[in-house]
Ligand binder design. Structure first.
Ligand code: HEM
Length: 689
């Protein structure tokens, strides 16, 4: 593992920890003794006022429907106001739905429960109506904000590969899914009418509708006569009848909150069982020319945008598996890794039955995913200094002993609905294919392949795409977003599709997220009293645009302001998002009783096993599970260079499963019986193969 880690002591939890609700820091302010981010003052100047400078004033418009019950679930299970969990048995293995991870609060982190929240929501009616300007005006159309502030400009990242972005989406899909949304394809509910010319009248549309207004001066959509973008609100506890409206609504996330590869294994027993082979501990696959692909989805027309019935459309632990080709490639690599582990464990332990093999292979695969996420991916995203100083990574060959049952592992709304979405900036519009010599011979246009994974089964595309995403640069972390997602998302063969940036902004309104200023304050940065004050972290041109789009500095949205901040040196994100992401990944790790490094006696691995898992890497995942990739650079998230050259896979460290070899009573007896005497010939019993 190339990441260096320090022996930082686990961060101490000092405030507002509760075992029944998310632990919230008081919005009073940021306690730097509790939470150690990089020293912003040294990056941005001591009074935060002189980094850029800015000025102006603004205008606004939007609409806020009422929002009664909506019972559609885009996720993998059914919501119950009070999940019936437990009594918990002390299992060595995680449950599928996340229950019983925290033994004192078995509901924590369970699928189909509300997101956590750091800052109180700012619904305009105090319950669930989306926010309006502090002046009382409507907020500006998210599409207008997207078009003005987040245009397309190609700027390849100088150092990191597209795999860094793509693994981020895997992590996202493992951790959260806003219930009732379809993130794989356009929602079936129609909120716009007349061929997308305008929103359907409120009385004639689904109450969960919250369509995005497209101004008639829009540079692109207006030319096609499009004035409305589809948008359906996330299910929340009010819409589900679990909150009578006395307190603010909380949105539901449909998958387990833990980093537990729920995208591979599912978040409900029903899904988990539907993708198991129930033989040899393996997950179901369809063999095509000897290559393993996920099973076919029986609900093709609801899930995929296939043109012919014969096109692939997969079933996996997560409903979004078919969304884009590189995401699907990673999901298939994870699926194959599970089956590879199950086979290897069966070879080492022929006496293990299907259930034991499934559970042990799942446990190792999750641990490998956690190791790549924390030791390889996060230090590049958050910066090594941040991960080390905040108890996200450790430089040790020992256990980390950092499980804290007081920490609520819930995925924070602030994280999933704003901060983590910033990495949509890293998406590339074209996916290059590379052969084994790392020559690129063609590329796929992203919007031609949303929800159409068939392309990856053709010829050598699977390997060429796997190499491609580890060779091609990702797009840089900046305010530019590829139009493949800001004009062509889910276009399904049509000339234009949706705008993901506009959707991100609308989703944050749907969830009532607090303002950018509120989060600045929470993270220890000064509130902006004028638009100019944003100039400490945001470039002057963007500050000017903010002033033209918003009435008041307090109207500027977290999703918007955070995405415009200058990137913290050593990280790939600005300081306010960095603060939220660090908080989230701290909770995700130390609130997980099964986290692979923490040395919990009942659930964990032996130290020898942990140190084998630490030897894994993203490049090893490709070497072991692609069809025929023979070489990789050791650090797959980093572009190929003379310090990170492509080498044969045999030189990429591989975890050994020997520490999992267990001797059954029968084997031990047999072993004694077959101990070769000196000078006699040894032989092998069939079950030692
Ligand atoms: C080609 C790549 C990607 C595509 C096409 C994509 C598309 C989408 C779409 C359609 C949504 C749902 C929007 C909504 O209805 O609110 C979404 C949500 C989200 N995306 Fe992405 N995304 C991509 C990559 C990423 C990456 C790299 C990250 C982070 C590292 C990320 C983080 C998120 C998060 C956190 C959500 C919200 C999840 C939730 O429901 O809680 N995405 N994305």
């Amino acid at each position: 593992m190339y990441v260096t880690k320090t022996n930082a002591a686990p961060r101490k939890e000092t405030e507002n920890m509760t075992t029944s609700k998310p632990f919230l820091h008081t919005p009073k302010g940021y306690d730097s003794s509790h939470f150690r981010l990089p020293n912003f003052q040294s990056f941005y100047g001591s009074d935060f006022s002189s980094f850029f400078g800015g000025h102006g004033s603004g205008s606004a418009s939007a609409q806020f429907p009422s929002f009664p019950a909506n019972n559609f679930f885009g996720g993998t299970g059914f919501f119950s106001c009070t999940p019936q969990v437990g009594p918990c048995t002390k299992s060595k293995y995680r449950s599928i739905d996340g229950s019983c991870n925290n033994l004192n609060n078995p509901n924590l982190g369970v699928a189909n429960t509300p997101y956590g929240r750091l800052l109180p929501p700012k619904y305009s009616d105090g319950v669930q109506a989306p926010p309006v300007s502090v002046t009382g005006h409507k907020l500006t159309s998210p599409r207008q904000i997207s078009a003005v502030l987040f245009p397309d400009a190609k700027a390849p990242d100088p150092r990191w590969t597209l795999a860094l972005m793509q693994y981020g989406q895997i992590i996202t899909h493992d951790m959260s899914l806003a219930a009732g949304t379809t993130q794989g394809k356009a929602h079936a509910t129609r909120c716009c009418g007349q061929g997308l010319r305008q929103a359907l009248p409120e009385h004639s549309r689904n109450p969960a509708c919250f369509p995005i207004d497209i101004p008639n001066h829009d540079p692109v959509y207006s030319k096609a006569g499009i004035g409305c973008m589809e948008f359906v609100r996330t299910n929340n506890d009010v819409s589900q009848g679990c909150n009578s409206g006395q307190k603010p609504a909380e949105q539901i996330t449909a998958v387990t909150h833990y980093l537990d590869s729920s995208n591979v294994y599912g978040s409900s027993q029903q899904v988990a069982d539907s993708i198991r082979e129930f033989q040899g501990g393996r997950l179901r696959v369809e063999l095509k020319y000897g290559r393993q692909f996920p099973p076919s989805n029986n609900n093709k027309s609801a899930i995929c945008d296939h043109v012919s019935e014969s096109e692939a459309c997969y079933l996996a632990g997560d409903v979004r598996v078919n969304q884009n080709p590189q995401l699907t490639v990673f999901q298939i690599l994870q699926l194959r890794e599970h089956n590879r582990l199950a086979r290897e464990l069966a070879r080492l332990n022929p006496h293990w039955d299907d259930e034991r093999l499934y559970q042990e292979a799942r446990k190792i695969a999750i641990a490998e995913h956690q190791a790549v996420t924390y030791n390889e991916w996060l230090p590049l995203i958050l910066g090594q200094e941040t991960t080390q100083r905040n108890g996200l990574t450790y430089n040790t060959q020992d256990f980390t002993y950092d499980y804290n049952e007081q920490v609520d592992p819930s995925v924070l709304n602030d994280h999933a609905t704003a901060a983590f979405r910033f990495f949509h900036t890293n998406i590339a519009g074209f996916l290059r294919l590379y052969d084994e010599h790392r020559s690129s011979f063609s590329a796929l246009r992203l919007s031609d392949h949303f929800n159409r994974p068939q392309i990856i089964e053709e010829g050598n595309n699977f390997d060429d795409l796997a190499r491609g995403m580890h060779t091609q640069p990702q797009e840089a972390s900046d305010k530019f977003f590829t139009k493949e997602i800001t004009l062509f998302l889910f276009r399904n063969g049509r000339p234009l599709g949706q705008d993901l940036r506009a959707i991100d902004i609308q989703r944050a309104r749907d969830h009532g997220l607090a303002s950018y200023n509120d989060y600045r304050h929470y993270c220890g940065l000064p509130r902006a009293h004028t638009f100019d004050d944003f100039g400490d972290l945001i470039d002057p041109e963007s500050v000017q645009k903010l002033a033209s789009l918003y009435h008041h500095p307090d109207d500027v949205e977290f999703t918007v302001g955070g995405s415009l901040e200058a990137i913290v040196p050593g990280a790939l994100v600005g300081p306010t998002f960095l603060c939220i992401l660090t908080e989230q990944f701290y909770r995700t790790r130390s609130g997980d009783r099964f986290f692979f490094e923490n040395g919990q006696k009942d659930t964990g691995f032996t130290l020898e096993q942990v140190n084998e898992i630490r030897r894994g890497s993203i490049s090893r995942l490709i070497c072991d599970n692609a069809d025929d990739v023979k070489s990789m650079q050791p650090r797959g998230f980093e572009q190929i260079s003379h310090t990170n050259p492509v080498v044969p896979c045999s030189l990429i460290p591989a975890p050994s499963l020997e520490p999992w070899r267990e001797h059954s009573q029968a084997q031990q007896t047999a072993q004694i019986a077959v101990q070769p005497q000196e000078g006699t010939q040894s032989f092998t019993l069939p079950f030692f193969k």
